[in-house]
Write a protein that binds this ligand. Structure first.
Ligand code: SAJ
Length: 434
């Protein structure tokens, strides 16, 4: 199948890079977002997210004359839905006395409804948003069939998960293997033809529900493995062991690769996707639920570590380094660093945070400083929450000139291996027992 023009609904971390890829590979793309300020920003030649190389990619796409942006879809050969699927903040599900989070599919539903007036015979509709199993068949198809056309007969429908790592999106979009799940083999084939426009990795065809499950399995696998690393950090503290050393040595085993403990699991993917299994099959997802609970409670473990280093937190001034959900990105969604700060404040501490990738970040209940110097001024202790390169590279001598604080708490193993004691600092590390 040939695609001359496509519409991409949702111009976020996935939709915008994907739109630029298609546009720079000769396809006319209409990027659609319901947020007028995103459209205005893009029209002015700027971008609203930080991702290495994305600014240049969008610029090239616009220059090619193939990328335009709008708040409404248009007639096209294919439609890609790449809108967020968060969970409901205040509405929990219950199963056997345990609470679980529920997917908020409203953005997917309204994006699909927005396509409806433009859907024509022969079109392809692809859902990319991470979704609970069976969403393509049970939610997308019934909406699209309100057009009077029959899915799989008059038009094609597929699910294709994005698997790119924030920070490396542009390279991974091209190079990663891709899975296309069709509601019929013809739909999978149409999806194959669409993504073959720019994907160099292998494109695997399967059915829609398998593709949905593949995506959830990947991120759930990672979440469960991070949970065990976090549990190891707690055990190591109990047994007087350095978890980082123990992980390094365990990972010498040819079949063992332990991930890193930290302040918790954030971002819009790994901390969210496992819930889609728990929500749809709570009776069968007990390990997955437990891993989520371990990772979600890791910020409390960090607060205990801070208390061990500082005693009572009442009236203590803490400089928190990093608000992003992981190193070297500006994304603050579901960030465990933010959760740690809220918990410290509940214990009576005054926290000044600094996020180098978004110094002007305005988050409810977070006092963010515009510079590192301002965050460190007057601090009693410094808490490293995100292993940004810029923080990792701080030397004891440099830090000494910026602050009178001499207590450091490292939750991400960023400051190991330097002689902090010689410079007069006391360093406490997550997962390191005395
Ligand atoms: N984290 C740890 N320890 C680790 C690794 C990560 O605590 O050893 C934490 C990070 O600090 C962060 C969270 O986990 O808070 C998630 O970070 P991540 O780098 O593991 O993953 P994401 O959310 O940035 O991207 C993931 C990727 N999925 C997998 O690696 C299986 C990516 O390929 C997906 O495309 C993306 O989710 C997504 O969009 O689903």
């Amino acid at each position: 199948m040939k695609f001359d023009k496509i519409c991409i609904l949702g111009l976020g971390y996935i939709g915008l890079p994907t739109a630029s890829m298609f546009a720079t590979h000769g396809v006319k793309v209409v990027g659609v977002d319901i947020n007028p300020s995103i459209i205005e920003t893009l029209k002015a030649g700027r971008i609203h997210i930080h991702e290495p190389g994305l600014g240049e990619a969008v610029e090239q796409a616009v220059k090619s004359g193939n990328l335009s942006v709008a708040t409404q879809p248009e007639l096209a050969d294919a439609f890609i839905i790449a809108v967020p699927t968060p969970f409901y903040e205040h509405e929990m599900g219950q199963y056997n006395g345990q609470s679980y989070k529920k997917a908020d599919m409203r953005a997917v539903t309204s994006a699909t409804e927005a396509i409806l007036p433009y859907l024509r015979r022969g079109n392809l509709v692809v859902l990319e948003s991470t979704s609970p199993p069976r969403t393509t068949i049970d939610l997308i198809v019934p909406i699209l069939e309100k057009s009077g056309l029959k899915a799989g007969v008059d038009f094609f429908v597929a699910y294709s998960p994005e698997r790119v790592l924030p920070g490396q999106i542009l390279r991974e979009l091209i190079e990663n293997a891709r899975v296309i799940g069709g509601i019929t083999p013809e739909s999978a084939l149409a999806g194959y033809d669409l993504y073959a426009t720019f994907v160099k990795g292998h494109i695997h065809k399967t059915d829609a529900t398998t593709a949905e499950m593949v995506k959830l399995m990947e991120n759930t696998y990672r979440d469960v493995n991070i949970a065990i690393a976090n549990e190891f950090s707690r055990l190591a503290e109990r047994f007087g062991v350095d978890v980082w050393e123990a992980i390094k040595l365990s990972s010498l085993h040819p079949r063992v690769k332990i991930l890193s403990p930290g302040p918790g699991v954030g971002g819009h993917c790994i901390s969210v996707d496992p819930w889609f299994f728990v929500e749809t099959a709570p009776d069968l997802s007990k390990l997955i639920l437990h891993a989520r609970q371990v990772n979600d409670s890791q910020p409390e473990f960090v607060v205990e570590l801070v208390k061990k280093a500082l005693g009572s937190l009442s009236g203590k001034k803490i400089a928190a380094l990093g608000l992003a959900y992981k190193p070297d990105v500006d994304d603050l969604r579901e960030s465990p660093a933010v959760e740690v700060i809220h918990l410290l404040q509940k214990e009576g501490a005054t926290v000044k945070a600094f996020e180098p990738f978004k110094p002007e970040a305005a988050l409810p209940g977070v006092d963010a400083a515009l510079t590192l110097e301002l965050a460190l001024k007057d601090a009693d202790a410094i808490l490293l929450l995100v292993n940004h390169t810029e923080f990792r590279q701080l030397s004891p001598e440099a830090l000494k000139t910026l602050t009178a604080a001499r207590v450091l708490i490292d939750t991400v193993n960023g400051w190991d291996g330097r002689d902090w004691a010689a410079a007069g600092f006391k360093l406490a590390r997550l997962g390191v027992g005395k």
